[in-house]
Every structure is written in C-alpha cells, then in structure tokens.
Ligand binder design. Structure first.
Ligand code: NDP
Ligand SMILES: O=C(O)C1=N[C@H](C(=O)O)C[C@H](O)C1
Length: 273
C-alpha cells in the first residue's frame, strides 16, 4: 500500500512530516519508489523524520506512480529492471530524481541523458552508494590506483541482493581503471591460462571483481592493491541501512541545484572532485 501524507496525518504518528518550524515554500516534497523495500522503507522513515521534508507518497511495485504527482523529488530504490522506466516517467513529469538503484552502465547513463535532452527540467542524481564513507572509499581507491601494479575488488553483500557485481564495485572498478589509464599504468600482471569460469571474478574495465553473498551481511567492500613487496587494503562496511540516509537526504536537498542534468555519484556534493 502506498504511504501518503494524508495517511500519516490520520495515523497521528508522523508529525515530523508536517513541519511547523519552516514555511511551506521551503519544504522538500518527496516521493519514494520502492517504499516497501529494505532501502525504500528506511527512506520513508528518514523523510518523515526530516524537519524540512514532507512525504507525499511511497509507491511500491503494484502501486500507481500517480500517487507521487505532487512531489518535487522522488527517491528510487527499486530494481535494476524497473528503474529506467521509473526515470522516464519522472523526467516526463519534471520531477527531480535521486536514484540509489543499481545497474547503471554507460549505455544506461547515455539513455538517461537522452531522455533529459528530449524533456529538459528534471535533474537526476544517481549514486552507486549513498554511504559517505563508501564515497570516500571510492575516492581514495581512485587516488591509490596508479601507485600499484595490481588491484582487485572483493564485494560482500546480503544474499537477497539481485545484482552482481554490486553497483559500488562496478563504479569503483571504473574509477580505478580510469585512474590507471590516465597515469599510463600498464595491464595488471596475471599468468592465468587455465581457469574454471568465474574463478578470477568478473572483469570490469580490466579490474577483477569478486562477489560474495553471505547471510548476516549488509554491504561491504574491500579493495586490495599490490606492488612489489607491499600490499594495501581499503575496506568499507555498512552495518545498517540507516547509514545510507544522510547521503540520500543530502541528495534530495541538493539535486535541483546541480549544474548538470545528470550527476553520477555524491562526490561533487561532498567537494571531492
Ligand atoms: N545507492 C545505495 O547507496 C544503495 C543502493 N541499493 C540498491 O537499491 C536497490 C534496492 O535495494 P533493496 O532495498 O535492498 O531491495 P528490495 O528488494 O528490498 O526493495 C526494492 C523494492 O522495490 C519494489 N519495486 C520493484 N519494482 C518497482 C517499481 N517499478 N516501482 C516501485 N517499486 C518497485 C520491490 O517490490 P517487489 O519486491 O514486489 O518487486 C521492493 O519492495 C538495489 O538495486 C540495491 O542495489 C541498496 C542499498 C544502498
Ligand atoms: O543491494 C544492496 O544492499 C546495496 N546495493 C548497492 C550496490 O549495489 O552497490 C549499494 C550497497 O552496496 C548496498
């Protein structure tokens, strides 16, 4: 069932969603796609708890998207198979989108840019990871990459995750590959000539990514760098899904003012690029 502002009022338990300390004009009117999911339900709670935000509606797979029509912003945590259609609808309706759903490669990003060119107005922020420490992990990995002969990524997630490798690992690999390319670093040494398929992980832009799915985990990633006589590891752990919420709310607050129609990652919002 979709959550609506009216239902919150009726329930009488979500006073934070109807802020009294700010003028109506400065309230961020937010909708949530994937509202019944693990992330979406956290976003619903975070929006309701934010003094400067009002939850217009939460929409899940079987609900009508029209419920978010009154929103200026929609946060999408759905499924890689659903998110492109959701984005098309949001862009068409001039609603800014803050997207956490994974599955974005260059082809998809190009399609989003094309949608925005055809119907300018709505800004789109797609962040492979809204954890502030996770963004720092990716940033530091990019900085370290040119100094090492070898870099591999191990991502570890809960077993209910639909996609592999994770969006974070995919983006980290892209950033590492880009940094190595810009620095003129050669290919990574690897003498493997005999292999059971998958044993060396997935090749993402020349970076090997190994995906573990383990009960009890949330979201974790380790980047292992190696060079002669030294190795270096960067590790990030998300202990709960609330950890993503400061980044999501930052995205909502800033997306409309972003310079480009489409922004990938939280880096520019954190002054990291
Ligand atoms: N960027 C980041 O920081 C993070 C990104 N993620 C990503 O977010 C996505 C969601 O993860 P998670 O919350 O764990 O997944 P869940 O499966 O728990 O939640 C997804 C929800 O979206 C619903 N849904 C599916 N299609 C639609 C649609 N068209 N419209 C509205 N709702 C829909 C699903 O319904 P149903 O189950 O009925 O299909 C489900 O309730 C994944 O891609 C994940 O990788 C996750 C954590 C952090
Ligand atoms: O599905 C998840 O849980 C997560 N998905 C994102 C990803 O694919 O990178 C972000 C985080 O790793 C949690």
């Amino acid at each position: 069932m979709p959550w609506t502002a009216r239902e919150q009022d009726d329930a009488g338990s979500c006073a934070a969603a109807a802020p009294t300390s700010v003028t109506v004009g400065s309230v961020f009117k937010v909708g949530v796609f994937g509202a019944d999911g693990r992330m979406g339900s956290e976003v619903v709670a975070a929006v309701q708890a934010a003094d400067d935000m009002e939850l217009v509606a939460g929409v899940d797979a079987t609900d009508d998207r029209e419920a978010v029509r009154g929103a200026d912003y929609v946060v999408d945590f759905t499924h890689p198979d659903a998110v492109m259609d959701n984005l098309e609808w949001l862009i068409d309706h001039g609603i800014h989108a803050v997207v956490g759903t994974s599955g974005f490669d260059e082809d998809r990003l190009e399609r989003v840019r094309a949608m925005q060119a055809a119907k300018p107005g709505a800004k789109v922020l797609i962040a492979p990871n809204f954890g502030i420490a996770a963004v720092l992990m990716m940033h530091f990995a990019q900085k370290a990459a040119p100094y090492f002969d070898s870099t591999e990524i191990i991502e570890l997630h809960h077993p209910n995750k639909a996609d592999a490798p994770s969006g974070t690992a995919y983006r980290t690999a892209e950033l590492i590959s880009q940094a190595r390319h810009e620095a003129g670093t050669g290919p990574m040494p690897d003498a493997t000539t005999s292999e059971i398929p998958g044993a060396r992980g997935a090749d993402v832009d020349g970076v090997r990514v190994h995906s573990l799915r383990l009960a009890g985990l949330i979201a974790h990633q380790e980047i292992v760098f190696g060079t002669s006589g030294e190795s270096f590891k960067i590790r990030h752990d998300s202990m709960n899904r609330a950890s993503f919420m400061p980044g999501v709310l930052l995205g909502v607050r800033r997306v409309a003012d972003l310079t480009e129609p489409l922004t990938l990652g939280l880096e520019s919002l954190l002054g990291l690029d």
